[in-house]
Design a binder for this molecule. Structure first.
Ligand code: ADP
Length: 306
């Protein structure tokens, strides 16, 4: 194989009670990427369509992860990468992660799969380090593995794919405001109380259990974040109202997607997820704030070869 075309999915990280340890993969929201073998050694980003992002290999997450991956392989050829961006950078649905995951996945395929998909995660995390300063895995792991993914531990890296119910749909609304990841990080506190930790552990356990047992009510009851959401939600226009409207219209629960400003809701069934989308959109319609909205099934496979 000389060339590969990929769908690189958007992802929702954190998922309320799973701050920095949980993420899920979306099905119909994502970028496309073409990777091609070249006789010239090294990595070249030759084209970016749909976003103003750096073409320099060392400044683009796709380039950085590709370099990390091939550095020890002693190849006598290289790769060129074309990125067709649909996920806006800084939206909170894993724009950089889609490119990082796509680059390592595609190169691995072109090389005849020397690495397992799980082994690709640490390379993809190098892209997150470039994008946000921290090598987190809660977007790249679900983009690569699909479904819900739990990062049980970062040291050593221990990543677990979680089964998810068939009828679970996500609605994600992206208000068109700029919220820098660094600002969203700067409002966080470094300490939590024992009471907060106990509540968060209960909810995270409940969410995981609900996913395995198809218990939609338990999933909904568990989608609460005692620690980060109260601090971050003030940075997102009408967050409380958008979430309230989602729940009133049948969503199981919701919260901030990644570090925001996108807001997500989970629902049972597509019809409910679309009703929820309408209700969430209406809040921003009424205040004349531009937004993008997505309704997506959980993508259990991750990156797709097109
Ligand atoms: P979010 O997860 O909120 O969508 P990201 O974590 O994807 O946001 O961060 C985007 C940052 O990564 C931007 O500063 C952007 O310039 C940088 N970046 C570098 N290369 C890429 C790429 N290929 N795709 C997206 N963002 C990239």
């Amino acid at each position: 194989m000389e060339e590969i075309k990929l769908f690189c999915p958007a992802t929702i990280a954190n998922l309320s009670c799973g701050f920095d340890v949980l993420g899920l993969c979306l099905d119909n929201v994502g970028d496309e990427m073409i990777i091609r073998k070249t006789s010239e050694k090294g990595i070249k980003i030759t084209k970016i369509v749909g976003a103003d992002l750096p073409l320099e290999t060392e400044k683009n997450v796709a380039g950085v992860v590709a370099l990390a991956m091939i550095s020890n392989l002693n190849l006598d050829f290289g790769f060129e990468i074309e990125i067709y961006k649909k996920i806006k950078a800084g939206s909170g649905i894993g724009s950089s992660a889609a490119s990082s995951a796509g680059a390592v996945f595609g190169i691995n395929e072109l090389l005849g799969r020397p690495f397992s998909t799980k082994d690709l995660i640490p390379f993809a995390m190098e892209g997150e380090k470039l994008a946000s300063g921290s090598a987190h895995a809660d977007n790249v792991a679900p983009a690569l593995l699909g479904g819900f993914v739990l990062v049980r531990s970062y040291s050593p890296l221990d990543i677990i794919k979680i089964k998810s119910p068939e009828e679970l749909y996500a609605t994600v609304i992206h208000p068109q405001i700029e919220l820098k990841t660094s600002d969203a990080r700067s409002v966080l506190k470094q300490n939590v109380t024992l009471k907060q930790a106990v509540i968060q552990c209960g909810n995270l356990g409940g969410l995981i259990s609900g996913l395995y047992t198809n218990d939609y009510d338990l999933i909904g009851r568990s989608l609460n974040d005692e620690i980060v959401e109260p601090l971050r939600s003030v940075l997102i226009p009408k967050f409380d109202l958008v979430k309230q409207k989602a729940i009133e219209n049948g969503a199981l629960g919701g919260g901030i997607s990644g570090s925001g400003p996108s807001i997500f809701a989970l629902s049972k069934g597509k019809e409910t997820a679309e009703k929820v989308a309408k209700a969430m959109s209406q809040v921003y319609e009424e205040m004349n704030l531009k937004y993008e909205i997505h309704v997506s099934k959980v993508n259990s496979d991750g990156i797709k070869i097109l």
